[in-house]
Design a protein around this ligand. Structure first.
Ligand SMILES: Nc1ncnc2c1ncn2[C@@H]1O[C@H](COP(=O)(O)OP(=O)(O)OP(=O)(O)O)[C@@H](O)[C@H]1O
Length: 253
Protein backbone atom coordinates (compact mmCIF):
# COMPACT_ATOMS: atom_id res chain seq x y z
CA UNK A 1 0.00 0.00 0.00
CA UNK A 2 1.16 3.52 -0.75
CA UNK A 3 2.55 5.41 2.24
CA UNK A 4 0.80 8.56 3.40
CA UNK A 5 4.13 9.93 4.55
CA UNK A 6 7.49 8.86 3.19
CA UNK A 7 10.74 10.33 4.47
CA UNK A 8 14.15 9.33 3.16
CA UNK A 9 17.52 10.54 4.38
CA UNK A 10 16.02 13.64 5.93
CA UNK A 11 18.48 16.13 7.41
CA UNK A 12 17.31 19.42 8.94
CA UNK A 13 19.41 22.41 9.99
CA UNK A 14 19.05 25.76 11.69
CA UNK A 15 21.17 28.86 11.15
CA UNK A 16 22.63 30.79 8.25
CA UNK A 17 24.62 29.09 5.49
CA UNK A 18 28.18 28.67 6.74
CA UNK A 19 27.14 28.46 10.39
CA UNK A 20 24.42 25.88 10.08
CA UNK A 21 23.76 23.39 12.82
CA UNK A 22 22.34 20.09 11.67
CA UNK A 23 19.91 18.85 14.32
CA UNK A 24 18.27 16.02 12.36
CA UNK A 25 20.58 13.61 10.58
CA UNK A 26 19.70 11.02 8.00
CA UNK A 27 16.26 9.96 9.18
CA UNK A 28 14.12 7.57 7.09
CA UNK A 29 10.65 6.20 7.78
CA UNK A 30 7.24 5.83 6.24
CA UNK A 31 3.78 6.00 7.72
CA UNK A 32 0.86 4.11 6.17
CA UNK A 33 -2.49 5.76 5.47
CA UNK A 34 -4.46 5.76 8.73
CA UNK A 35 -1.48 4.78 10.87
CA UNK A 36 -0.37 6.57 14.05
CA UNK A 37 3.41 6.79 14.24
CA UNK A 38 5.20 7.93 17.39
CA UNK A 39 8.43 9.86 17.92
CA UNK A 40 10.01 9.64 21.37
CA UNK A 41 13.30 10.81 22.81
CA UNK A 42 14.83 13.32 25.19
CA UNK A 43 14.25 17.02 24.96
CA UNK A 44 16.35 18.51 22.18
CA UNK A 45 16.85 15.31 20.16
CA UNK A 46 15.02 16.79 17.14
CA UNK A 47 11.44 15.53 17.33
CA UNK A 48 9.74 18.90 16.83
CA UNK A 49 12.21 19.74 14.09
CA UNK A 50 11.07 16.69 12.07
CA UNK A 51 7.42 17.76 12.47
CA UNK A 52 8.37 21.31 11.45
CA UNK A 53 9.95 20.04 8.23
CA UNK A 54 6.92 17.86 7.46
CA UNK A 55 4.53 20.74 8.18
CA UNK A 56 6.42 23.11 5.86
CA UNK A 57 7.46 25.40 8.73
CA UNK A 58 11.12 24.52 8.54
CA UNK A 59 12.51 24.83 5.03
CA UNK A 60 16.19 24.06 5.69
CA UNK A 61 16.05 20.39 4.92
CA UNK A 62 17.51 17.93 2.46
CA UNK A 63 16.45 14.43 1.51
CA UNK A 64 13.08 13.23 0.32
CA UNK A 65 9.64 13.99 1.72
CA UNK A 66 6.60 12.56 -0.04
CA UNK A 67 3.07 13.23 1.20
CA UNK A 68 0.23 11.13 -0.20
CA UNK A 69 2.47 9.95 -3.02
CA UNK A 70 3.54 13.45 -4.02
CA UNK A 71 7.15 14.50 -3.62
CA UNK A 72 7.39 17.79 -1.73
CA UNK A 73 9.70 20.71 -2.47
CA UNK A 74 10.97 23.14 0.19
CA UNK A 75 8.46 25.66 -1.12
CA UNK A 76 4.90 24.36 -1.12
CA UNK A 77 1.57 25.23 -2.61
CA UNK A 78 -1.38 26.11 -0.37
CA UNK A 79 -3.05 22.83 -1.17
CA UNK A 80 0.08 20.95 -0.11
CA UNK A 81 0.29 22.95 3.12
CA UNK A 82 -3.34 22.21 3.96
CA UNK A 83 -2.77 18.46 3.80
CA UNK A 84 -1.01 18.32 7.15
CA UNK A 85 -1.75 20.40 10.20
CA UNK A 86 0.07 20.71 13.50
CA UNK A 87 -1.29 20.60 17.04
CA UNK A 88 1.00 21.97 19.74
CA UNK A 89 1.44 21.39 23.45
CA UNK A 90 0.36 24.92 24.23
CA UNK A 91 -2.88 25.71 22.41
CA UNK A 92 -1.97 29.41 22.51
CA UNK A 93 0.51 28.54 19.77
CA UNK A 94 -2.47 28.29 17.43
CA UNK A 95 -5.35 30.12 19.13
CA UNK A 96 -5.20 33.87 19.57
CA UNK A 97 -5.99 34.89 23.16
CA UNK A 98 -8.13 37.90 22.15
CA UNK A 99 -10.08 36.33 19.30
CA UNK A 100 -13.37 34.50 19.71
CA UNK A 101 -13.35 30.77 18.97
CA UNK A 102 -15.39 31.46 15.80
CA UNK A 103 -12.78 33.92 14.53
CA UNK A 104 -9.98 31.43 15.32
CA UNK A 105 -11.76 28.73 13.34
CA UNK A 106 -12.78 30.99 10.44
CA UNK A 107 -9.31 32.40 9.86
CA UNK A 108 -7.76 29.38 8.07
CA UNK A 109 -10.86 29.19 5.82
CA UNK A 110 -10.44 32.85 4.87
CA UNK A 111 -6.73 32.44 4.19
CA UNK A 112 -7.38 29.42 1.98
CA UNK A 113 -10.47 30.94 0.33
CA UNK A 114 -12.76 28.09 1.35
CA UNK A 115 -16.56 28.45 1.25
CA UNK A 116 -19.44 27.16 3.43
CA UNK A 117 -17.56 28.59 6.39
CA UNK A 118 -20.26 28.60 9.09
CA UNK A 119 -21.18 25.04 8.20
CA UNK A 120 -17.57 23.93 8.51
CA UNK A 121 -17.18 25.68 11.88
CA UNK A 122 -20.32 23.89 13.12
CA UNK A 123 -18.95 20.53 11.97
CA UNK A 124 -15.52 20.83 13.59
CA UNK A 125 -17.03 21.98 16.88
CA UNK A 126 -19.17 18.84 16.77
CA UNK A 127 -16.19 16.70 15.78
CA UNK A 128 -14.20 17.76 18.85
CA UNK A 129 -17.17 17.57 21.22
CA UNK A 130 -17.66 21.28 21.93
CA UNK A 131 -21.11 22.96 22.09
CA UNK A 132 -22.01 25.31 19.24
CA UNK A 133 -22.30 28.35 21.53
CA UNK A 134 -18.55 28.11 22.22
CA UNK A 135 -18.16 30.13 19.01
CA UNK A 136 -18.79 33.29 20.98
CA UNK A 137 -16.33 32.55 23.77
CA UNK A 138 -12.76 33.66 24.27
CA UNK A 139 -9.91 31.27 25.11
CA UNK A 140 -9.62 32.51 28.72
CA UNK A 141 -13.21 31.41 29.32
CA UNK A 142 -12.28 27.82 28.48
CA UNK A 143 -10.55 25.07 30.46
CA UNK A 144 -7.19 23.70 29.30
CA UNK A 145 -8.85 20.63 27.80
CA UNK A 146 -11.43 22.76 25.98
CA UNK A 147 -8.69 25.00 24.58
CA UNK A 148 -6.85 21.95 23.29
CA UNK A 149 -10.11 20.82 21.64
CA UNK A 150 -10.27 24.21 19.91
CA UNK A 151 -6.67 23.79 18.71
CA UNK A 152 -7.60 20.37 17.31
CA UNK A 153 -10.73 21.86 15.67
CA UNK A 154 -8.59 24.53 14.06
CA UNK A 155 -6.22 21.87 12.75
CA UNK A 156 -9.17 19.92 11.34
CA UNK A 157 -11.01 22.76 9.66
CA UNK A 158 -9.01 22.55 6.43
CA UNK A 159 -9.82 18.82 6.20
CA UNK A 160 -6.19 17.67 6.41
CA UNK A 161 -5.21 14.06 5.79
CA UNK A 162 -2.46 14.20 8.43
CA UNK A 163 -2.21 15.59 11.96
CA UNK A 164 1.26 16.31 13.33
CA UNK A 165 0.82 16.25 17.10
CA UNK A 166 3.58 17.83 19.18
CA UNK A 167 3.13 16.81 22.84
CA UNK A 168 -0.62 17.46 22.51
CA UNK A 169 -1.45 16.43 26.08
CA UNK A 170 1.67 17.33 28.09
CA UNK A 171 0.30 20.62 29.40
CA UNK A 172 -2.94 19.04 30.62
CA UNK A 173 -3.99 17.48 33.93
CA UNK A 174 -3.67 13.69 33.88
CA UNK A 175 -7.45 13.16 33.93
CA UNK A 176 -7.89 15.45 30.92
CA UNK A 177 -4.97 13.87 29.05
CA UNK A 178 -6.89 10.61 28.64
CA UNK A 179 -9.94 12.50 27.36
CA UNK A 180 -7.92 14.24 24.65
CA UNK A 181 -6.08 11.04 23.70
CA UNK A 182 -9.40 9.22 23.33
CA UNK A 183 -10.75 12.09 21.22
CA UNK A 184 -7.68 11.83 18.95
CA UNK A 185 -8.14 8.07 18.73
CA UNK A 186 -11.81 8.44 17.71
CA UNK A 187 -11.03 11.16 15.17
CA UNK A 188 -8.38 9.04 13.52
CA UNK A 189 -10.78 6.12 13.16
CA UNK A 190 -13.74 8.25 12.05
CA UNK A 191 -11.88 10.45 9.56
CA UNK A 192 -9.19 7.98 8.46
CA UNK A 193 -6.49 10.43 9.52
CA UNK A 194 -2.78 9.66 9.66
CA UNK A 195 -0.87 10.83 12.75
CA UNK A 196 2.65 11.52 13.80
CA UNK A 197 2.70 11.98 17.55
CA UNK A 198 5.66 13.45 19.40
CA UNK A 199 5.88 12.75 23.11
CA UNK A 200 8.46 12.21 25.80
CA UNK A 201 5.92 9.94 27.50
CA UNK A 202 5.90 6.31 26.36
CA UNK A 203 2.49 5.73 27.93
CA UNK A 204 0.98 8.45 25.71
CA UNK A 205 2.72 7.14 22.62
CA UNK A 206 1.75 3.51 23.20
CA UNK A 207 -1.86 4.55 23.83
CA UNK A 208 -2.16 5.94 20.33
CA UNK A 209 0.61 4.59 18.13
CA UNK A 210 1.19 1.38 16.23
CA UNK A 211 4.92 2.00 15.82
CA UNK A 212 7.36 4.26 17.59
CA UNK A 213 10.67 5.71 16.44
CA UNK A 214 13.12 6.19 19.28
CA UNK A 215 15.33 9.24 18.72
CA UNK A 216 18.68 10.19 20.13
CA UNK A 217 20.82 13.10 19.02
CA UNK A 218 19.03 13.81 15.74
CA UNK A 219 18.73 10.21 14.53
CA UNK A 220 16.63 7.09 15.06
CA UNK A 221 18.13 4.31 17.15
CA UNK A 222 15.17 1.97 16.65
CA UNK A 223 11.66 1.77 15.27
CA UNK A 224 9.70 -0.38 17.71
CA UNK A 225 6.28 -1.95 17.29
CA UNK A 226 3.74 -1.30 20.03
CA UNK A 227 3.85 -5.04 20.81
CA UNK A 228 7.60 -4.80 21.53
CA UNK A 229 6.98 -1.96 23.97
CA UNK A 230 4.30 -3.98 25.72
CA UNK A 231 6.33 -7.18 25.84
CA UNK A 232 9.57 -5.41 26.63
CA UNK A 233 11.30 -6.93 23.60
CA UNK A 234 12.82 -3.72 22.26
CA UNK A 235 16.30 -4.17 20.88
CA UNK A 236 18.22 -0.96 21.60
CA UNK A 237 19.59 -0.25 25.10
CA UNK A 238 18.54 3.41 24.82
CA UNK A 239 14.91 2.37 24.28
CA UNK A 240 15.15 0.33 27.49
CA UNK A 241 16.54 3.32 29.33
CA UNK A 242 13.59 5.40 28.13
CA UNK A 243 11.15 2.69 29.21
CA UNK A 244 12.76 2.42 32.65
CA UNK A 245 12.79 6.19 32.99
CA UNK A 246 9.14 6.63 32.06
CA UNK A 247 7.63 6.63 35.54
CA UNK A 248 4.14 5.24 35.78
CA UNK A 249 4.53 3.69 32.34
CA UNK A 250 1.52 1.47 31.80
CA UNK A 251 1.48 -0.17 28.39
CA UNK A 252 -1.94 0.20 26.80
CA UNK A 253 -3.10 -2.86 24.91
N1 LIG B 1 14.70 27.83 15.73
C1 LIG B 1 15.79 27.21 16.13
N2 LIG B 1 17.01 27.74 15.91
C2 LIG B 1 18.14 27.11 16.30
N3 LIG B 1 18.16 25.92 16.92
C3 LIG B 1 16.99 25.33 17.20
C4 LIG B 1 15.75 25.94 16.82
N4 LIG B 1 14.74 25.14 17.21
C5 LIG B 1 15.33 24.08 17.81
N5 LIG B 1 16.66 24.19 17.80
C6 LIG B 1 17.64 23.20 18.34
O1 LIG B 1 17.49 22.00 17.62
C7 LIG B 1 17.61 20.88 18.47
C8 LIG B 1 16.37 19.99 18.33
O2 LIG B 1 15.25 20.69 18.84
P1 LIG B 1 13.77 20.10 18.81
O3 LIG B 1 12.86 21.12 19.37
O4 LIG B 1 13.48 19.53 17.48
O5 LIG B 1 13.90 18.90 19.85
P2 LIG B 1 12.77 18.08 20.55
O6 LIG B 1 13.24 16.69 20.57
O7 LIG B 1 11.46 18.34 19.91
O8 LIG B 1 12.80 18.65 22.01
P3 LIG B 1 11.64 19.26 22.90
O9 LIG B 1 10.86 18.08 23.36
O10 LIG B 1 12.37 19.96 23.98
O11 LIG B 1 10.87 20.19 21.99
C9 LIG B 1 17.84 21.42 19.87
O12 LIG B 1 19.20 21.38 20.15
C10 LIG B 1 17.34 22.83 19.78
O13 LIG B 1 18.05 23.66 20.66
Amino acid sequence: MMSMIKVENLAVSYGKPGSEVRVVKDVSFSVARGEAFGLVGESGCGKSTILGALAGRNKQWTGLIAIDGESIEQKRTRAQLAKQQMVFQDPFGSIHPRHTIARTLLEPLEIHGIDRRQERVAKVLDDVGLPQNFRYRFPHQLSGGQRQRVAIARALILSPRILLLDEPTSALDVSIQAEILNLLKDLREREGLTYILVSHDLAVVSHLCDRVAVMQDGGFVEIAEKRQLIEGTVTHPYTRTLMDGSRGYVPAI
